[in-house]
Design a protein around this ligand. Structure first.
Ligand code: A2P
Length: 217
């Protein structure tokens, strides 16, 4: 009945604890600032004459989180099964560390890659890498959890769901060694994947505590 449907949220995910939000925002801003000023970045810009201010370009994301399952209040495929999964019920409300392994930027989105533990993978839907449209073809063969990310910002008019798709595209390119190593930075190595896609692999992953929960609003 309708009441039952109400009990399925918009999405499940890991929500960064309040205390670390600013840290991640600052680190990602630093990354954007550094990228902005790199000659290589200017060279690959669509209009190399025009200065791009990345911090202005991306509208900051609201609640910092890593989506596990987008349920759309039960309308999404597999939503009910996910909400009723024992691992999901058992872990609901628990806190674990998310390991951020990379930052990435495309003309559409800016995000952080999340490297999931075996335990966290128990909460990861088997079809997450194949679900949203359009998913890059090569992404179907990427390991489970490849799509895990935190959306940090989106360009004007871009929906956050795009961030995971952009990440999958970059990882598929990484798999077939298409990237061009541009610079060794203090934070890690910066690789360019063409068409405005950049990924900074962090030397030291950033660990942030997060609560597994859901959003209804
Ligand atoms: P993401 O996880 O990349 O940030 P919205 O605000 O558009 O309703 O989305 C709410 C959250 O659910 C966002 O975090 C968004 O993307 C994610 N999301 C939206 N649609 C999908 C989808 N079709 N598949 C997976 N995640 C989605």
């Amino acid at each position: 009945g309708p009441l039952e449907e109400v009990s399925i949220p918009l999405y499940f995910g890991w929500f960064l604890l309040f205390s670390v939000k600013n840290k991640i925002k600052c680190t990602s801003m630093d990354f954007l600032k550094t990228l902005d000023t790199l000659d290589a970045f200017k060279k690959h810009s669509v209009d190399s004459e025009k200065e791009v201010d990345l911090e202005q370009y991306f509208k900051p994301a609201g609640i910092l989180h890593c989506t596990t399952k987008f349920c759309d209040y039960g309308k999404a495929e597999g939503a009910k099964e996910y909400a009723e999964n024992q691992a999901v019920i058992k872990s609901y409300g628990s806190i674990s560390d998310l390991s951020l392994s990379a930052f990435f930027v495309t003309p559409r989105t800016c995000g952080a890659r999340v490297y999931l533990t075996e335990e966290q993978l128990q909460l990861w839907p088997a079809d997450a890498e194949k679900q949203a449209e359009p998913v890059p073809e090569a992404a179907a063969s990427l390991p489970l959890g490849s799509r895990a990310h935190i959306t940090l910002g989106c360009a004007e008019g871009v929906e956050p769901v795009q961030t995971g798709i952009d990440l999958l595209e970059i990882l598929a390119q990484q798999e077939s060694q298409q990237g061009e190593l541009v610079e060794e930075m203090e934070l890690g190595s910066l690789t360019y994947y063409g068409e405005g896609k950049w990924l900074l692999n962090l030397r030291e992953p950033i660990c942030v505590p997060a609560c597994f929960s859901s959003i209804y609003g």
